[in-house]
Write a protein that binds this ligand. Structure first.
Ligand code: NOJ
Length: 542
């Protein structure tokens, strides 16, 4: 496969509202990000994925955009944004903008016009249907609970919103919608961005009358058109958020010959701790064997025909160390284990803010302390269906999106150094123990483990391009694999739990050197290796 700059890059996701507040209003902002660019440089990342900073009434924290070419007041100005781009570029860091074009805000000028009358020139920018027998056109549901159809009194029709009712879906069948989107993308490309993360991009080909939402028939046609109109020739990283992607579908998006996207986020591993066929709130324990199977399938099936993204976390997901690791006595060890496991794989790794500190989930007692529309709507919905408060809170503690959205923990001063004002959402109480200042000072911290992994990746083509093979597929405690390129071999061995286990390598080798371990005194006797709790070692074997 032809080399691309983003094959060897590591991306860091910033959720601006929670990253760093420069002006004391309790809300993170663009100038706050500028203050932390040197911190990111020290970590060694190459790219920032910036969650939305555009004008927005914040029904879904910026994923409801009212003007794609302007900046949210709380976050700063376009001048601040231009400065951020310039200062990031000076440090060799590219910025990916979040492209949210499945829907706009209901406060976007297109929608304000569209809802005025049935013959308004913007009417067809959105998806309107007549009532059927006085009801919603069909049973399509919103991700944020309830029907996906909202009745509009003025014109007597329903409009579609797959997310909140303040996020009306755009009608991609309309050529004008598509060309407006491409024009807007070019506005940002011309500013010198490094690419786009594309929000729920697999929904743009929807056929709501046939109940088709993801992977609609014209999805790839639109993406190829988008590529020609806004991406081609600009050497960008593009990553699509595609909840419904299988490896077959991911190859359609990311096979370079098809000229669509660089890669997609697949979510198959993310669904492994929910009861099949139910919602994300319906919890079950993760089985390591399932995780090994799924991640290994993605590693091998995209080989030569597409490119993987690698992630545990983002702003919609609980913190990995709390989710599948141990956020108590083994917090540091298990966070490093997850880092090693992921960063040894083939693909482009994404780090979500605070993951490099081992930040944990949060448990607010009162539902009113939560901010996220998804959790709040689900709370009401499930209460009305007879679930108890405690049952619902268990789900929110495990899966609620606010787990990822508590403020970044910079130091042990008030509000974790995030703001001098009152933070928009409470800071996790553990900031005295878990914060960036402490991590930077401690050579053995999770931060420095990530930094070393990024450095190892940059200096080892085997990690970027080597073939992947899963070892001991039936072992219920150990996740181990090799990567191999032109005779160079890297072995990654991880104990996934807190019990001691033994690993045996039965391939040929003369000796093994440790590239990185989360224990100071790991053994190199890989033919019979005793692994302590969460021990994770990356070897070069010869
Ligand atoms: C996916 C985003 O990651 C999420 O935060 C948002 O709520 C939905 N798309 C709707 O834009």
């Amino acid at each position: 496969m032809e080399r691309q700059w983003w094959h060897s890059s590591v991306v860091y996701q910033i959720y601006p509202r929670s990253f760093n507040d420069s002006n004391g209003d309790g809300i993170g902002d663009i100038n706050g990000i500028r203050e932390k660019l040197d911190y990111l440089k020290e970590l060694g990342i190459d790219v920032i994925w910036l969650s939305p900073v555009y004008k927005s009434p914040n029904d879904d924290n910026g994923y409801d955009i009212s003007d794609y070419c302007d900046i949210m007041d709380e976050f700063g100005t376009m001048e601040d944004m231009d400065n951020l781009l310039k200062e990031a570029n000076e440090r060799g860091i590219k910025i990916l903008m979040d492209l949210v074009v499945n829907h706009t805000s209901d406060e976007h000028k297109w929608f304000i016009e569209a809802k005025k009358s049935k013959d308004n020139e913007y009417r067809d920018y959105y998806i309107w249907r007549d009532p059927v027998d006085g009801h919603e056109p069909n049973d399509l549901g919103s991700t944020f609970s309830g029907s996906a159809w909202q009745y509009d009194e003025t014109t007597g029709q329903y409009y579609l919103h797959l997310f909140s009712k303040k996020q009306p879906d755009l009608n991609w069948e309309n050529e004008n919608v598509r060309s407006e989107v491409y024009k807007m993308m070019n506005f940002w490309v011309d500013k010198g961005i490094g690419g786009f993360r594309m929000d729920v991009i697999d929904l743009i080909g929807k056929v709501p009358d046939e109940m088709i939402t993801g992977n609609g028939p014209k999805l790839h046609e639109y993406l190829q058109e988008m590529n020609k109109a806004a991406l081609e020739g600009n050497d960008l990283l593009t990553v699509g958020e595609t909840w419904g992607a299988t490896p077959e579908v991911a190859k359609l998006y990311s096979n370079p010959e098809r000229k669509e996207l660089s890669m997609v986020f697949q979510f198959e591993h993310i669904g492994l701790d929910q009861i099949e066929g139910k919602e994300k709130w319906d919890l079950k324990e993760l089985e390591l064997l399932d995780l090994k199977k799924v991640l290994s399938k993605w590693q091998t099936e995209l080989e030569g025909q597409g490119w993987n993204s690698l992630f545990w976390n983002n702003h919609d997901l609980p913190r990995i160390v709390s989710r599948w690791g141990n956020d108590k006595e083994y917090r540091v060890l298990s966070a490093k284990m997850f880092a090693t496991l992921l960063h040894g794989m083939k693909g482009t790794p994404y780090i979500y803010q605070g993951e490099e500190l081992g930040m944990t989930n949060v448990k607010f007692e009162d539902i009113n302390e939560y901010n996220d529309i998804e959790s709040l709507n689900m709370y009401k919905d499930r209460l009305s269906k007879g679930y108890t408060h405690d049952e619902i809170m268990e789900s929110i503690y495990a899966k609620g999106r606010d787990n990822a959205r508590t403020p970044m923990q910079w130091d042990s001063t008030e509000n974790a150094g995030f703001t001098t004002g009152t933070p928009w959402i409470a800071v996790n109480k553990n900031y005295n123990e878990i914060n960036a200042k402490q991590c930077l000072q401690d050579e053995n911290s999770i931060f420095h483990h990530y930094r070393k992994l990024i450095d190892i990746r940059k200096n080892n083509d085997t990690i970027i391009y080597g073939d992947y093979s899963l070892l001991c597929p039936e072992d219920k405690n150990i996740f181990a694999y090799t990567r191999e390129l032109n005779g160079d071999k890297i072995l990654v061995v991880c104990n996934f739990y807190d019990k001691e286990v033994t690993f045996s390598f039965d391939g040929e080798f003369n000796h093994a050197d440790i590239l990185l371990s989360n224990y100071k005194d790991s053994s190199t006797l890989i033919e019979k290796l005793n692994l302590r709790p969460y021990e994770a070692i990356m070897f070069r074997i010869k």
